[in-house]
Write a protein of this length. Structure first.
Length: 561
């Protein structure tokens, strides 16, 4: 790339200063990429060089991230061939080349709150602190989000005296600024208005949430009915880098098939956090961000590598703990009911100072270190987060539980559905004279064992004609002789349910009927309970969400054969 003594011969933009971004891990590189465009917007005086440092155990994915962002990259080993005016990094563990240019280190989380393995020795070290040798050189500057972090540093690293810059936290500022777009984020994630979104956040390492309880995600999905809840996961980039996407997706295959919203490795976790109704977390920074932004919190893990007297340690003393073997749904409902918006205000006050001004303060610091006057343009303000891409596949099979209550004239049928792939992680209710359980599969279910075992089969296409629906029902029941019924929504708003004995039931639902699985569950329950199907009026209760009126009537039977 055009840098160095001969650069003027090749460069289109003749910058006065060279700013080097140290790209060492995905976590640290993302943090710089998120803030740098706002700091240098429209300024051709600064040439930015992205230097890739491959020495981290978590370097996997850095080059792909830089290339996807359109960055030109040079090897870290060639950094000595240029004369940078500032090195900017969100990774403190870098080997800075000789020279006198300043080094500005941004936090890639919240403060200095975790002990991590030291790659230079067999000991642990405080995350976020540069080596003493760099502090002694007088070149290092550590950006902090709260004055208490400077006090913490001085107690453990006296050589950091006078080397901190209070800038605040741009990530929290963005979370707060984006609250008005919460509905858009939920819609993009496929979360309906009547559903609660439970986000699960795990940092990295053996004491993290996933390190201590890797089955929590499928257990949550097994205990939170999918008509009433969505479950998502935010997994630290170091987990992705160390183990790979294939390993993560293989280990969480049941949860993913059950509709888990697995956030991509970068960016999308922030709008997901704004969209969340509940956060289940550990001692990672995402947990502290969520609590500080006002999200109800359950702590599922808290490792001994968390540093005492820090904000996250204070959070652990006031946040409720999740009993991983208890009733998960009840705990989620309790924490929502008992939460107040200012519950964690004291925690946020220990972690974040000068809210809303982090980008402006950081721009001032960068230009001061570059020895350039700031542009006359207004200081940057927190940006509203972009809408994320949908990160989950559709659920294709369910274990359906129906409870029949009330009188036989207008019975109430309560339907709860759990994705079939996680039923082994839940508790099965025994059947009775009024409670029934069956397997229901959509026509795009890929696991033939489930399809061939299903009592109810459901067509996904929400807009076929009645003729098309009846043809599909007949073909499906013929092809899969183990099923009891097949159901399809039809154009016009009703649903047709074909039975094994040839009868066809038309179900008219007062609410949206595009999900043919719910009328199918009503018909199944009526069959098991011995209720009438022709002219019957039923109250469909969808978990604890809402009631719909359903009218059933028989139509001409399917042609035999």
């Amino acid at each position: 790339m055009p840098v160095g003594s001969d650069a003027h011969r090749w460069s289109t933009f003749q910058g006065e200063r060279i700013l080097v971004v140290a790209a060492r891990t995905v976590t640290s590189t993302v943090r710089v990429l998120e803030v740098l465009p706002s700091l240098l917007r429209g300024d051709d005086r600064v040439t930015v060089v992205f230097a890739y440092d491959p020495t981290s155990a978590f370097n996997e994915g850095v080059l792909g991230l830089l290339h996807d962002a359109g960055c030109r990259v040079m090897p870290w080993a060639q950094l000595g061939d240029i004369a940078p005016d500032l090195i900017l990094s969100a990774s403190e563990n870098i080997d800075v080349p000789e020279g006198d240019c300043p080094v500005l280190v941004l936090p890639h989380g919240v403060g200095f709150q975790k002990l991590v393995p030291d790659s230079r020795s067999a000991r642990d070290r405080l995350s976020g602190v540069v080596p003493d040798s760099l502090l002694e050189s007088g070149r290092a500057w550590l950006a902090v989000s709260h004055p208490a972090q400077e006090e913490q540093l001085l107690a453990t690293h006296p050589k950091a005296a006078g080397r901190t810059l209070l800038v605040g936290d741009p990530c929290l500022d963005e979370l707060v600024a984006s609250r008005a777009r919460r509905k858009a984020y939920r819609e993009a994630l496929g979360v309906a208005d009547h559903q609660r979104l439970v986000m699960v956040s795990s940092t990295w390492g053996p004491t993290s949430l996933l390190g201590t309880d890797p089955d929590l995600l499928p257990r949550l999905l097994a205990q939170l009915p999918c008509d009433e809840y969505r479950v998502g996961a935010i997994i630290h980039p170091n987990v992705w880098s160390a183990h790979g996407a294939w390993q993560i997706r293989t280990l969480q295959a049941a949860a993913l098939d059950a509709g888990l919203l697995l956030m991509p490795i970068v960016h999308a976790w922030r709008p997901a956090l704004v969209a969340a109704d509940v956060l289940v977390g550990d001692h990672g920074s995402v947990t502290l961000y969520g609590a500080s932004a006002g999200v109800p919190l359950l702590l599922a893990a808290f490792g001994g590598d968390a540093v005492p007297e820090t904000a996250v340690h204070h959070l652990a003393s006031v946040a409720p703990r999740l009993d991983p073997r208890g009733n998960l749904r009840q705990q989620v409902e309790d924490v929502v009911r008992e939460h107040t918006p200012d519950r964690y205000a004291s925690v946020a006050a220990r972690a974040f100072a000068e809210p809303g001004h982090a980008l402006a303060r950081l721009r001032t610091a960068v230009y001061h270190l570059l020895k350039l006057p700031e542009r006359s343009s207004p200081p940057p303000a927190p940006l509203v987060l972009p809408v994320p891409d949908p990160p989950a596949a559709s659920v294709a099979s369910w274990q359906v539980t129906t409870d029949v209550t009330g009188n036989s004239a207008v019975p109430t049928i309560t339907v709860r559905r759990i994705p079939a792939t996680v039923t082994a992680y839940g508790e099965n209710r025994p059947e009775s004279a009024t409670c029934f359980t069956h397997l229901s599969c959509a026509d795009d279910e890929r696991d033939l064992r489930l399809t061939e075992s299903a009592s109810a089969l459901v067509r996904r296409d929400p807009a076929p004609t009645s003729v098309e629906a009846l043809a599909w029902i007949g073909d499906t029941l013929t092809r899969l002789p183990g099923s009891l019924l097949a159901s399809s929504a039809v154009r016009g708003g009703s649903c047709l349910v074909g039975l094994r004995d040839g009868r066809v039931v038309e179900a008219a639902v007062t609410g949206p009927a595009s999900d043919a699985g719910l009328p199918a569950a009503v018909v199944y329950a009526c069959l098991r309970a011995g209720l009438a199907l022709d002219g019957a009026q039923v109250t469909l209760r969808i978990g604890d969400l809402r009631d719909e009126d359903v009218v059933l009537r028989l139509r001409p039977a399917l042609p035999s054969g």
